[in-house]
Design a protein around this ligand. Structure first.
Ligand code: NAD
Length: 231
């Protein structure tokens, strides 16, 4: 593999450390100065988006964004940068999860109008945003499969019968769970469950580095991990 020079934002964090460890094995050198870099990799916090976008624009650096939980303004900032440099924005860099995205799309299409959609995600106790970016991406896939649907975040009290327009989304937080996502497609007399479980952060780190190699030289726009994988 040819050498790649990358700036890593959030290098001291859980994901940053995982990326640095895999980078050392995959001939990716983490550099400190923008002038020496070919790509910028972000696993920090959504609040850092403005700063990261400025850096990318100033040095015309392609960006790989793994951070989740961006608000509307931060999403606009990313869209603005993607007019000038290529950006891979992925709530989840694991290959398995991106296959889960694809399977969810296929299952929702094949099972038709009669099934109810629910998503359950579980993460470690330190995760700051909920639901996870991956759960939101899954909800968007389900939403697209059947036109407008309402996201329902948890349930409590006398909620009455479930609406057919609902996509239920439920977040579990605890211990050191790396990341789990289940999509439930529940019909009358049968239920399909699609589950992905990440056992370590290595899978996200490897995927992010794969995206970093891929994005260098791409035309400006926002890409997903599915674009990187050709799924
Ligand atoms: P973490 O809290 O362990 O690490 C975040 C790091 O970013 C910390 O070292 C913090 O000091 C640093 N940071 C915060 N604000 C900063 C700023 N303005 N400038 C520079 N550095 C800053 O969190 P984590 O578990 O490593 O997760 C980081 C992000 O990655 C989260 O948004 C998480 O949801 C996301 N994530 C994405 C994937 C994926 O595959 N896309 C996988 C796991 C985690």
């Amino acid at each position: 593999m040819r050498q790649l020079r990358a700036i890593l934002i959030g290098a001291q964090g859980r994901m940053g450390r995982a990326v640095a460890e895999i980078a050392a094995k995959e001939n990716v050198t983490i550099v400190a100065a923008s002038e020496a870099a070919e790509v910028l990799i972000d696993f920090s916090a959504a609040s850092a988006t403005g700063e990261i976008c400025e850096k990318a624009l100033a040095q015309k650096l392609p960006v790989v964004i793994g951070t989740t939980g961006h608000d509307g303004k931060q999403q606009d900032e990313i869209a603005r940068v993607a007019k000038v440099v290529p950006v891979v924005l992925a709530s989840n860099f694991s290959v398995g999860v991106n296959v889960l995205f694809w399977l969810t799309e296929q299952a929702a299409k094949a099972l038709g109008d009669k099934v109810d959609f629910e998503i359950v995600e579980a993460h470690h106790r330190w995760k700051k945003d909920a639901p996870s970016g991956t759960a939101k991406a899954l909800a968007e896939i389900l939403q697209k499969s059947r036109g407008q649907k309402n996201w329902r975040h948890g349930r409590e009290g006398m909620i009455g019968a479930r609406g057919t327009e609902e996509i239920g989304i439920h977040s579990i937080r605890g211990g050191d769970i790396v990341g789990e996502h289940t999509v439930i497609l529940a019909g009358d007399g049968e239920r399909l469950e699609l589950t992905h479980r990440a056992a370590s952060r290595e899978t996200f780190a490897r995927g992010a580095l794969r995206a970093a190699r891929w994005v260098v030289g791409q035309p400006p726009r926002i890409y997903s991990m599915r674009d990187v994988l050709g799924l």
